[in-house]
Every structure is written in C-alpha cells, then in structure tokens.
Design a protein around this ligand. Structure first.
Ligand SMILES: NC(=O)CC[C@H](N)C(=O)O
Length: 304
C-alpha cells in the first residue's frame, strides 16, 4: 500500500506555502466570514482506512456538494422519470447561468447546476413526507452520523440574497417545470446547501458512490446503474464550466461547492475530500483543485 499519510502531508505543506490567489465567496454574506487560510484533506479507502491532514475535521457549508445527495435521493424515488425534467449534458456555463434555461424551454442542462438542482428539489418536495427533515436523515444515514445539521444562519443569508436562484425558479415555474411554490422549493434548496460537514464526514457519505450503491454499513441505497449515472454526471458536470479542466487535471468524478469543499472518488478504491474556502474565478476551491491534481499525480490513481 502507498504511504497515503505522507502523500497528504506533502500536498498540505506545498499548498500551505504557495500563494493563495482565490477569493472567498461573498455573494452569500454568511460565507464571506470563512477563513481563507484553512486547508483540510481527508482520504478514505474503500477498505475503511482513513487519513487526514490540516483542518479536515472542521465543519463547513457543503453548498453545491449537496446536489449529489439530492440527485441520489430523487433517483431513489422516481428513477429515470427524473430525466424528463432535467437533462444530463455539461452546461459549459457558470452554475447560476440563466439564458440557457430560456433557450432550452425550461429544461435545465443537468442536475448539478442551480436550475437543475432546483428541479430536483421540487421532485423531492413532491415525494418526501417531511422534505427537509427526510433529506437531512438521508445524508445522516449515508454518513452514519446523526450530528450533521443544517445551518439556519447560512440558509437565511442565502434566502435574503438569492436573487439569481429566485430568477431561475421563476423561469422554471413559467415553463411548467416546477410543481411546488417557488418559495417552498427555494427554502428546501437553501437548506440543503447550508448543511455543515467536515472532510471526513463527506468521505463517509460519498462512500456509497464509490461502493456500487452500498454505504459503509453495507446497506444498498442505489442500484448499480444509478451509481454509474450519478458518477457520470459528477464527472461531466460537477465543476460547471471547469468540468473539462477537472477531468483533465484530476481525472475523477467529483463535486465542488462555493463553501470551498470538493469531494472526488475512484470507484471501488477511495473517496477524497478537500476544504479550502478561497475560490478560483469559476467558483471552485483554488487550493482544493490543486490538492487533488497533486494527489492523483503522486499516487497515479485516476479513472484514466
Ligand atoms: N456552486 C455552489 O456551491 C452554489 C450553491 C449556492 N447555494 C447557490 O445557489 O448559489
């Protein structure tokens, strides 16, 4: 086995010493408080070994990483019917882009951009009995961790400034691709994005996507085919208009969030999560992208 702890420490040291030109997201005011100097990495092997460095056990707002959980839960409930309301093509555009939605008659390009995730949130609202609580329980169950919570302050902060997401939701409603009230769908969406987790917990929860749909306690949550699809969507759409760059530099399916987190995985091998709050111009963690590039280069482990 490779010396993963040493590899993580080398990556951590090299990034701690490099100039961090990223910027913390400030369009959600609560996120602007994050400390740009934080950096955490956690690796979990499919065999259960764990390795961590830096601020890997500090919780942060997972933001768009939550879109993978909502996609998985929607697949679990309505299967491929989901694909009638949201496509699976990379958008080549920023996560909050609107004009494509209008050009394509209210069918979002994929479930990992905001408009697509808002449609998925609508599906969950229609299919769950207590939507927010049931969603939280799903994430807790995947991670086997009942301490995972929403951050009400962050959800409220985004509600107050989420004009772009209101625009997307209203456009979806106008095209007949939203069954519930705009306010209710966005309340769910802002809460899912506000969930607080650390790098270790993210690797726990994403274990299911590296392990053919079975979580760490061996419960089957998704079929083989659903896991294949979720991973394919992560690979092609998980980093918005930087998905090509991530595949090129890192070579793993993964998902980023504007809280500065990234989770990536190699099916049947490992799950790795990074957290560094400052973002590059495309909205992905500046140091996190580099950490993962170094990891797959040093270990020679990627899907390619
Ligand atoms: N890329 C992200 O993490 C974006 C999520 C954020 N909640 C938004 O809707 O703008």
């Amino acid at each position: 086995m490779q010396d993963y702890q040493t590899i993580l420490e080398e990556i951590y040291q090299s990034l701690k010493n490099c100039e961090n030109t990223g910027q913390v997201a400030s369009y959600i005011p609560e996120l602007a408080n994050a400390d740009k100097n934080k950096l955490g990495l956690h690796l979990q092997l499919i065999t259960g070994e764990n390795f961590g460095v830096g601020n890997s056990s500090e919780k942060f707002s997972i933001q768009s990483i939550s879109k993978v959980f909502s996609l998985a839960l929607a697949f679990q409930h309505i299967g491929n019917d989901l694909l009638e309301r949201v496509d699976v093509e990379p958008s080549g555009n920023p996560f909050n882009h609107l004009s494509l939605l209008e050009q394509e008659d209210g069918i979002p390009r994929n479930p990992l951009i905001n408009s697509g995730a808002i449609v998925v949130a609508d599906v969950l609202l229609s299919n769950l009995q207590n939507p927010k609580q049931d969603f939280l329980e799903f994430v807790r169950e995947l991670a086997h961790d009942d301490t995972i919570e929403f951050n009400e302050k962050i959800a409220e902060s985004e509600r107050k400034t989420g004009f772009n997401n209101y625009a997307a939701a209203n456009l979806l409603k106008a095209y007949g691709n939203l069954n519930n009230k705009v306010e209710d769908v966005l309340d769910f969406y802002f809460h899912q994005c506000s969930i607080m987790m650390d790098c270790k917990q993210l690797t726990d929860a994403f274990f299911v996507f590296a392990n053919k749909g079975c979580c760490r306690k061996n419960k089957q949550h998704l079929t083989d085919s659903q896991v294949k699809r979720v991973n394919a969507i992560m690979l092609t759409c998980g980093f918005y208009d930087e998905a090509g760059e991530f595949a090129f530099e890192v070579g793993l399916p993964g998902k980023s969030g504007v809280g500065g987190g990234i989770v990536a995985l190699l099916p049947n091998e490992f799950i790795i999560a990074t957290w560094a709050p400052a973002l590059n111009p495309k909205g992905n963690s500046y140091l996190g992208m580099q950490a993962l590039e170094q990891f797959t280069t040093k270990t020679k482990l990627s899907i390619f």
